[in-house]
Design a binder for this molecule. Structure first.
Ligand code: ADP
Ligand code: MG
Length: 140
């Protein structure tokens, strides 16, 4: 295992319910360090660009509208095997299928409003971190 960085987003359903602190406590509780963080409001163009990999999916337009419906918290998480570790802590995409103790099980509302995003590979993590953060914004 190696120390990795991954891109996390706390989504609008979670910022609306003021549970960003509870979600951050989950990350820090499993040694995923928050080495960069900012609360922002995405534009539609930014949401579309971020999720362009899903442009052909039936849920793409609805997903982008949802992601601009309120503020999000974008973060860089760092830790051993952080990319897959983070996805384990998030749980399955659909909260109904997520394992106990996971963030999506505990806080997710629907398959769309599932509270958190996490990069799914080293290549995706590099792209997604660079999408939101410059080097000088990542404190370590
Ligand atoms: P994950 O976030 O677990 O990596 P995907 O990359 O497949 O999942 O999907 C990106 C996001 O799109 C999901 O987190 C969720 O918000 C939304 N989404 C995925 N599948 C659906 C669906 N069937 N209907 C509505 N929204 C969906
Ligand atoms: Mg994904």
């Amino acid at each position: 295992m190696a120390v990795e960085r991954t891109l996390s987003i706390i989504k609008p359903d979670a910022t609306a319910r003021d549970i960003t602190g509870k979600i951050n406590a989950k990350f820090e509780g499993v040694s995923l360090r928050i080495v960069a963080q900012k609360r922002i409001r995405l534009t539609l163009a930014q949401a579309q660009a971020f999720y362009e990999v899903h442009a052909e999916r039936s849920f793409y337009d609805e997903l982008c509208e949802y992601m601009v419906s309120g503020p999000v918290v974008v973060q860089v998480l760092e830790g051993e095997d952080a990319i897959s570790h983070h996805r384990d802590v998030m749980g399955a995409t659909n909260p109904a299928n997520a394992a106990d103790e996971t963030i999506r099980k505990e806080f997710g509302v629907t398959v769309q409003e599932n509270s958190v995003h996490g990069s799914d590979s080293p290549e995706t993590a590099a792209r997604e971190i660079a999408f939101f953060f410059s080097q000088v914004e990542i404190a370590g």
